[in-house]
Every structure is written in structure tokens, then in C-alpha cells.
Design a protein around this ligand. Structure first.
Ligand code: ZN
Length: 281
């Protein structure tokens, strides 16, 4: 369709990257439109009227040729992922579908609860399998488009910027690593392409998962060695573990460190005494 800012990733799978209030350096969130006559919208995220108009114009042209939106699918509850949902729900009368832990965290109505493994059947061989991938958010889902091998991975991987694990908002580093392994081991085939919520499509899917897991585990090793035999204050530990990170990012790094420490405490490797992090005895 000329004039509308979309990219066809595969027959029946179109991508629109639309501006959202997300975390810099990312500026947009990726929406997928899947199917031929029965369409699913994955992650309609933009709260901005001009960007919403782009997606709505696309959908309107599809409807004029007889297509119908039958599902609005959410990866998770964060505000840069749901900005267009309530308006489209009203406009299209299509059901909003999300995990229960997402439904509990949004201000609009979720019409259908999606569980791990649920299948959303579209047409012409297009169907979407939902998998529960907690860690970044408790209700996080990824959506596997089984015909094309394209997976919308939401905030499990980033095409630009980094994925934040914030324990203050339901983030859990142990679960996040488990979910990355699930994507790598169970969902990635040779033709798999990953559509992250932010940034360009990731072509080498398995390698990208692997690199991210290794990156987090290297940071984890740095936490263990930073704690040493005697333990450290949290702030001293932050300076040691994120010595490669610009200081203005340390408030965000502190969240990540919280997530790493919480995982290592849960794993029985560290303990917290007052303001100090020490080896578990
Ligand atoms: Zn998020």
C-alpha cells in the first residue's frame, strides 16, 4: 500500500514502526499486522494521534477489501506498548487479548485471557501461538507467527537500546533468563526472525538470544566477584559492576543491579544484611 509507512516482512505479515514515549535511544514501537482476511494486530502502541492515523488508515484499507480485525494482542502492560489499544478496541470492536498478569495492570478492559501455548487461528495458514515469557514483565507474551517463522518478542530482546529488568515493576532476572532460553531452545528455527518491540528486525535469532544470555551472565559474574569475600555496600557494588557504564545511566543500572542481586539471593549465592550485599554463608 503506497503512502502508508509499513514494511512487508512476509506475505500476510506487515510491520509499522510508530513513535511512542519509550526509553531512549529507542523512539518507536513495532506493530505487526498479520493475516489476509482475518487480521491480528500485535502491539498497537502509539498514543500519538498522527501515528494512530497511519495504522488506522492501513486497517481501513484492509477492511475495505473485506478483511476484519479479529484480535488485538498485547505483549505486556508497559505504557509504550498499549497506547492505541483502548481506541482500537472501541473503533474496531475487536477483542483485546493478553495474559492475566497484564490484564491486572492496565486501565482498559482485556476481553480474553491468553495462556501459554494458546493458538489464535487466522486464515490462509496464518496462525499465532502465544508463549508466556515472564521476566521483563510478569504477563509478558511473545507471539509466534507459525507460517512465516516471525516472532514478535516484545521487550524480551531489543533491536535498539537495552532491556530493563525492574524488580520494582514485577521484573525478575531469573525468570527473564529462563524465558530467553525458552525462545532460543524451543522457538528459534533456522528461518526465525525476531521482531523486537523497538528497533530493526533481528535476523540471527538464536545467536541474538545467546549473546543476550551471555551478556547477563557476564554481569552476574561481575556481581559475584564485586561482592568478594567480605561483602560491599550496594552503592560500592554499583560502581564496581557498572564501571563500563556512563554515570548518568547509573539510576537505571541500579535497577538492573537490584535484579541481579535478587536473583543471586534467590539462588542462595548472596545474602543482604542491612545495606550490605555479602556472600551467602
Ligand atoms: Zn516493557
Amino acid at each position: 500500500m503506497p503512502g502508508l509507512k509499513h514494511e512487508v516482512l512476509a506475505p500476510g505479515v506487515a510491520l509499522m514502526a510508530l513513535k511512542t514515549p519509550t526509553l531512549p535511544p529507542a523512539t518507536t514501537t513495532n506493530t505487526l499486522i498479520v493475516g489476509r482476511r482475518r487480521l491480528a494486530l500485535i502491539e498497537p502502541a502509539s498514543p500519538h494521534a498522527d501515528e494512530q492515523a497511519n495504522l488506522e488508515a492501513y486497517v481501513q484499507r484492509e477492511r475495505e477489501r473485506g478483511a476484519q480485525v479479529v484480535a488485538i494482542l498485547l505483549t505486556h502492560h508497559h505504557r509504550d506498548h498499549v497506547g492505541h489499544v483502548a481506541r482500537l478496541q472501541e473503533l474496531l470492536g475487536a477483542p483485546v487479548m493478553a495474559h492475566r498478569a497484564t490484564a491486572d495492570r492496565v486501565s482498559f478492559r482485556v476481553d480474553e485471557i491468553v495462556e501459554d501455548g494458546d493458538l489464535i487461528a487466522l486464515d490462509e495458514g496464518h496462525r499465532i501461538r502465544a508463549r508466556h515469557t515472564p521476566g521483563h514483565a510478569p504477563g509478558h507474551l511473545v507471539f509466534v507467527e507459525e507460517k512465516s517463522g516471525i516472532i514478535h518478542v516484545g521487550d524480551m530482546l531489543a533491536g535498539v537500546g537495552t532491556i530493563l529488568i525492574d524488580p520494582g515493576d514485577g521484573g525478575d532476572m531469573g525468570e527473564y533468563l529462563g524465558s530467553l532460553r525458552l525462545i532460543r531452545d524451543e522457538l528459534c528455527a533456522d528461518n526465525t526472525r525476531l521482531v523486537p518491540a523497538h528497533g530493526p528486525v533481528i535476523e540471527r535469532a538464536r545467536a541474538a538470544c545467546e549473546a543476550l544470555i551471555e551478556h547477563r551472565l557476564r554481569r552476574e559474574s561481575k556481581v559475584i566477584s564485586g561482592v568478594g569475600a567480605e561483602g560491599r555496600s550496594f552503592d560500592d557494588l554499583l560502581a564496581i559492576v557498572y564501571d563500563d557504564t556512563p554515570k548518568q545511566l547509573w539510576p537505571l543500572a541500579a535497577m538492573s543491579l537490584e535484579a541481579h542481586v535478587a536473583k543471586l539471593v534467590a539462588d542462595g549465592r548472596l545474602t543482604r544484611v542491612g545495606g550490605r550485599v555479602t556472600p551467602a554463608s
